[in-house]
Design a protein around this ligand. Structure first.
Ligand code: PLP
Length: 411
């Protein structure tokens, strides 16, 4: 409808034309509608630990409660000194090279900083290499900023590691940066040093900025060790992202950070742009910044969850075995985070449209998952399960999924 006295309706900006964020998309809206009608939905769609009974360490909540009255005002735009000092020590622990306190920025979650970094960098047509599948905010922010997201594939046959040849084949003279999500959402992959080294070699050869989203770096299982790619690239400009949403089960507090490292001289102008946007948003949530030091220095309750006997570890074991025992489904074992990304035998089930598949599963079995297409995966043959619910709940879910696939091929 065109409002009186105006020539056109209030439409959304064309900047949103290629922006997709299906983690909270149309299938989720349909689930909300069903819930409003009184239907119970089993939600396996959002990586939000607290509602599933994962507790934040008590000292973190205590610390925030005691600092509330001191954190009513704005902080410096990059963040409180105490928070940035603690993040700097964390960066040193991860061997990030050439980092000073000025290279650390807090954000309202990593989300805000991803958006800020893409907005400050991209002009129309600039290309950014992004994994497929990806955490879709990366693609959305590149497109929103006027850039072009160019997807490189991660190879399911090789533990979902990035396909190095595919990365090479996608580089053009407009490529400015490469994004890594390590550990990965939605695949749960953890990249070994040798793979990271090959990506550094490509970035060096083509002088690309490396953006590394490492929000799951403390949720690594099987005794494996996370390596920050920036630690292998002291001569390149890298931006490393992490935060407390997942490791400290406080996604709702909205606190994350980014660390600039390596060769900052070559990015002087870009850093000015980042500072401009950081100033414009004034600062991130100050009470949430105030607990960073306690959170990073204190009891790491997450460590109890990721070892045998711990909830995340046991839930991962359960979901991996249960999914692989359903005829027509296969999944690579996740090494980190709390997602599994099963493959569907689409020929057997005659699936051509993964949104329709997600809706059918929702309507028939009242289970909400996220379709693979929501992670910029090109085929309708994958979906993501968040395995945060307890094993009893996962058992119910996988029984229902098995039931669904026992008849779905007849459609
Ligand atoms: N990056 C990845 C890979 C994620 O999975 C998420 C959230 O699910 C985020 C970033 C956003 O996290 P934050 O809560 O810090 O905004």
């Amino acid at each position: 409808e065109i409002p009186a006295g105006r020539r056109r309706a209030f439409g959304k900006s064309h900047k949103l034309d290629n922006v997709l964020y299906d983690v909270r998309g149309p299938v989720v809206d349909e689930a909300a509608r069903m819930e409003a009608d009184g239907t119970h939905i089993l939600k396996l769609n959002i990586g939000n630990p607290a509602p599933f009974g994962f507790r934040t360490p008590d000292e973190v909540v205590y610390d925030m409660a005691h600092q509330l009255t001191d954190t009513e005002g704005y902080s410096p735009s990059k963040g409180l000194f105490s928070a940035r000092k603690a993040i700097m020590q964390y960066a040193q622990l991860k061997n990030l090279p050439n980092v000073t306190i000025d290279d650390i920025y807090t954000g309202n979650g990593v989300s805000e900083l991803i958006n800020l970094c893409m907005s400050a960098l991209l002009d129309d047509g600039d290309e950014v290499l992004i994994p497929s599948p990806d955490y879709p905010l990366w693609t959305a922010c590149v497109n929103l900023a006027g850039g072009t997201a160019v997807h490189y594939v991660c190879d399911e046959q090789s533990e979902w590691y990035p396909d190095i040849d595919d990365i090479r084949s996608k580089i053009t003279d407009r490529t400015v940066a490469i994004v890594l999500i390590n550990p990965n959402n939605p695949t749960g992959a953890l990249y070994p040093k040798e793979v990271l080294q090959q990506i550094v070699d490509i970035a060096r050869e083509h002088q690309l900025i490396i953006f590394s989203d490492e929000i799951y770096d403390r949720l690594v299982m099987d005794g494996l060790k996370h390596t920050s790619i920036a630690s292998l690239a002291p001569d390149l400009f890298c931006v490393t992202f992490s935060g407390l949403s997942k490791s400290h089960m406080i996604a709702g507090y909205r606190v994350g950070w980014m660390v600039l490292s390596g060769n900052k001289r070559i990015a002087k102008d870009y850093i000015e742009g980042i500072n401009m946007l950081a100033n414009m948003r004034i600062c991130s949530n100050v009470p949430a910044q105030s607990i960073v030091q306690t959170a990073l220095g204190g009891h790491q309750s997450v460590n109890d969850y990721i070892v045998p006997g711990g909830r995340l570890y046991e839930q991962r074991e359960y979901i991996y075995n249960a999914i692989n025992s359903i005829p027509g489904l296969t999944a690579v074992k996740p090494k980190a985070a709390f997602y599994i990304f099963p493959k569907i035998d689409v020929k057997k089930f005659n699936i051509h449209d993964d949104e329709q598949f997600a809706l059918d599963l929702l309507h028939d079995e009242r289970i909400l998952i996220t379709r693979g297409g929501g992670f910029n995966w090109g085929e309708p043959d994958h979906f993501r399960i968040v395995y945060l619910p307890r094993i009893e709940v996962l058992k119910d879910a996988t029984n229902k999924i098995a039931n669904f696939f026992s008849y779905y091929w007849q459609n």
